[in-house]
Ligand binder design. Structure first.
Ligand SMILES: [Zn+2]
Length: 71
């Protein structure tokens, strides 16, 4: 499975507060329901903290779950 592009919104306004760095799109590996996904998420280039929008976490995971169930 390739990298899921889940970023629909512009997140360039999001700043990592402790570092005062702008977040950049980063491919991160998630494990969900015993499956591994590569997902592109905004992350701080300095400390590596990944930002997951709340609605994305809920909606996209439901979508992923559906994809898995369809198999
Ligand atoms: Zn940071």
């Amino acid at each position: 499975m390739g990298t899921l592009k889940v970023l629909m919104d512009d997140f360039s306004h999001i700043i990592c507060k402790p570092c005062n760095e702008q977040l950049v799109p980063t491919t991160v590996e998630l494990v969900y329901l015993a499956s591994r996904f590569s997902v592109e998420l905004p992350a701080c280039p300095k400390c590596g903290k990944v930002f997951i929008p709340k609605d994305l976490a809920v909606n996209k995971m439901l979508e992923v779950e559906k994809l898995l169930e369809d198999k």
